[in-house]
Write a protein that binds this ligand. Structure first.
Ligand code: KG4
Ligand code: ZN
Length: 329
């Protein structure tokens, strides 16, 4: 079976082709237009998808060495995400599928992220914990089987990626903030400033990063570099405060659910300090960081899950719309 996957939930225009469980092409175009605004501008993102989708999809088809007539189905992200950007992908997918007379499979973006771990590592064994840390989500999932997912905890306010992005703005760094903060923190002493770590109470698996961001804002108000404390030290301390909480909660979730495998997904998984600190804190457990192309938003996870879902259902109807707040139960 050959399935085209389309992903437009935020600012990546992505398409991929999955054939019998193998990804045979994976094209992602990250929109650069937002960098000067310090965050994603929804209306601009939708317009960019409109411009890019045709090219990205055709590139995915070409790279897969097939033609459109070989497709058995189109899978597309239904939500969660930005309404306008989701709609561009859904309309494109429906139009293409209607023309080719093949089904469209609506996919939950979060379920896609979870399943991307099986593309990255086909030997991955259930059950496992999945830490999803992106610009829009910070969630801890217990993955027991396909369709059997338990949300153990999530953020009450900002996502971890948002804490990096908003922190970078306060620090006068560029967007996206994660890589900028990581670069700027190199060589800094993370123990210099004691930024707050929230919700550390016993067995708590929720997150909160908005207090940390406010604390940085106040700190920077009257901060002056001295020989004792450099801006690098402040940035390293801020990064450490985000990472500390993630590490503590992952460790806690693994203990509570009594599992020894954890997969880290989402853009923040690119962070080297997060990787090192997790490996150090859980040196006797399996901590898996899939390749970044499967951690960040991509079409591969949508096509892969679409193909899997087609084995259980026909998907004859096209009467679904965008679900910006779609949940995973
Ligand atoms: O998964 P993703 O590409 O897109 C979604 O938000 O769905 O994640 C983007 C987020 C941004 O907030 C970005 O700042 C963060 O991932 N990020 C990082 C790093 N690279 C990207 N955060 C920390 N360290 C990084 N190296
Ligand atoms: Zn995502």
């Amino acid at each position: 079976m050959i399935v085209l996957g389309i992903e437009t939930s935020c600012d990546e225009t992505a398409a991929a082709v999955c054939k019998d469980g193998k990804i045979i092409s994976n094209i992602v175009s990250r929109q650069v237009i937002h960098s000067k605004f310090g965050g994603v501008v929804p209306e601009l993102a939708s317009r960019e998808h409109e411009i890019l989708l045709n090219r990205v999809v055709h590139e995915a088809i070409k790279k897969a060495n097939i033609n459109l007539k070989n497709l058995n189905a189109v899978a597309v992200t239904q939500g969660p995400g930005l309404t306008g950007t989701l709609l561009t992908g859904i309309c494109f997918a429906k139009g293409l599928a209607f023309g080719l007379d093949i089904p469209v499979v609506p996919i939950n973006h979060l379920e896609g992220h979870i399943f991307a771990n099986f593309i990255a590592d086909p030997s991955l064994q259930l059950p496992f914990i999945c830490l999803l840390v992106s610009g829009g989500h910070t969630q801890l999932w217990y993955i027991e089987a396909m369709g059997n997912y338990q949300l153990l905890g999530e953020t009450r306010d900002d996502a971890a990626g948002e804490a990096f992005d908003k922190g970078a703005r306060i620090l006068g760094l560029g967007y996206p903030g994660g890589p900028e903060i990581e670069k700027a923190a190199r060589g800094g002493n993370p123990g210099t400033v004691k930024f707050p770590r929230s919700l550390l109470g016993q067995n708590n698996l929720e997150f909160s990063f908005s207090g940390l961001k406010t604390s940085l804002l106040y700190f920077m108000d009257d901060f002056k570099e001295t020989s004792k404390i450099s801006k690098k030290d402040v940035i390293a301390s801020y990064q450490e405060a985000i990472i500390d909480v993630l590490v503590i909660k992952v460790k806690r979730a693994m203990k509570i659910k009594n599992v020894n495998t954890c997969v880290i997904a989402g853009g923040v998984a690119a962070n080297t300090s997060l990787r090192e600190n997790l490996k150090m804190a859980l040196d006797d457990q399996n901590i898996i960081f899939p390749e970044l192309k499967y951690c960040t938003d991509n079409g591969a996870m949508i096509s892969y899950l679409g193909e899997k879902k087609l084995k259980f259902e026909n998907y004859k109807s096209m009467s679904f719309g965008a679900s910006p707040n779609l949940k995973l139960s």
